[in-house]
Design a protein around this ligand. Structure first.
Ligand SMILES: [Zn+2]
Length: 219
C-alpha cells in the first residue's frame, strides 16, 4: 500500500515535468504535453540527410541527433509506453518527407521489426507507432516485409559486435517490389538498417531508403 501511494505521488509530481529536463512543462505549442519551452525550442523541425548512409541504404534521413530532446522523447515513448509522442514525431517526419522527391517512387513503408519480447515488456512496439502514421500520410502500405528472430539485447554491444549480432536476425518475408522506405526510431551504428536493407534488396527491392527519428552519429 505504502509503495502504491509513493508511486501515485511520484506520478503526480512527474506529470508536470518536462520529458527532456527537470523543468516544468510549458503550456503551449505542439510539444506542450511533454516539454518545457527550452526543450521544445530545441526539437529540430526539418529532416537532415545522414551523411554516411548505412551500407545497402541509398539515402538516410533523420530529424536530428539522439542527444538532446529527441532522444529523451523517444525514450519517454518507449519506456512510458506513450504512443502519442511517437505518433507526434512521426507526423513531423511525414510532413518533412513530403518535400523529398523520392516519395513519388516509393512503393511501401517497412518498419524495422522490434523484438516481440521487448514490445511485450514495454506494452507497445515503438517503431510501429512511428512507421504507421508515415505510411498513412504517404498513402503507401505498411508492408510487413521483415521478420526478426529472438536474440538478446544489443544496447551494450559495440559496433562490430552489433553487426555480427544482426547478421541473420532479420529475414525478408516474400517478394518486395520497387523503392522501399525503411523506418526505425533510432539509427545507432547503422548495422540494423544495413541488415534490413540487405534482406529487402535480396527480396527484390530496387532501392532502400532509411528514415529515423534520431541518429546517434548525425550529419
Ligand atoms: Zn525541458
Amino acid at each position: 500500500m505504502r509503495e502504491q501511494g509513493f508511486d501515485a505521488l511520484f506520478d503526480a509530481l512527474a506529470e508536470d515535468r518536462c520529458v527532456g529536463c527537470p523543468a516544468p512543462r510549458h503550456g503551449e505549442g505542439m510539444w506542450a504535453r511533454w516539454l518545457c519551452a527550452d526543450c521544445a525550442g530545441d526539437v529540430p523541425t526539418a529532416l537532415a540527410a545522414v551523411r554516411q548512409a548505412p551500407e545497402g541504404v541509398a539515402r538516410a534521413w533523420a530529424l536530428g541527433p539522439y542527444a538532446g530532446p529527441l532522444g529523451a522523447m523517444i525514450r519517454h515513448g518507449k519506456y512510458q509506453a506513450d504512443a502519442r509522442i511517437l505518433e507526434a514525431l512521426a507526423q513531423v517526419l511525414a510532413a518533412e518527407l513530403d518535400h523529398q522527391p523520392i516519395k513519388h517512387d516509393l512503393n511501401a513503408v517497412v518498419a524495422v521489426p522490434s523484438s516481440w519480447w521487448r514490445s511485450m515488456q514495454r506494452g507497445l512496439d515503438p517503431v510501429f507507432h512511428v512507421a504507421s502514421p508515415i505510411a498513412r500520410s504517404l498513402s503507401r502500405p505498411l508492408q510487413p516485409a521483415l521478420t526478426r528472430q529472438h536474440r538478446g539485447p544489443t544496447s551494450r554491444l559495440g559496433r562490430l559486435a552489433r553487426a555480427a549480432h544482426h547478421r541473420g536476425v532479420f529475414r525478408a518475408k516474400g517478394q518486395v517490389d520497387g523503392d522501399v522506405l525503411l523506418v526505425d526510431d533510432v539509427c545507432t551504428t547503422g548495422s540494423t538498417a544495413s541488415a534490413c536493407a540487405r534482406e529487402l534488396l535480396g527480396a527484390g527491392a530496387r532501392r532502400v531508403y532509411l528514415l529515423t527519428v534520431a541518429a546517434v552519429r548525425f550529419s
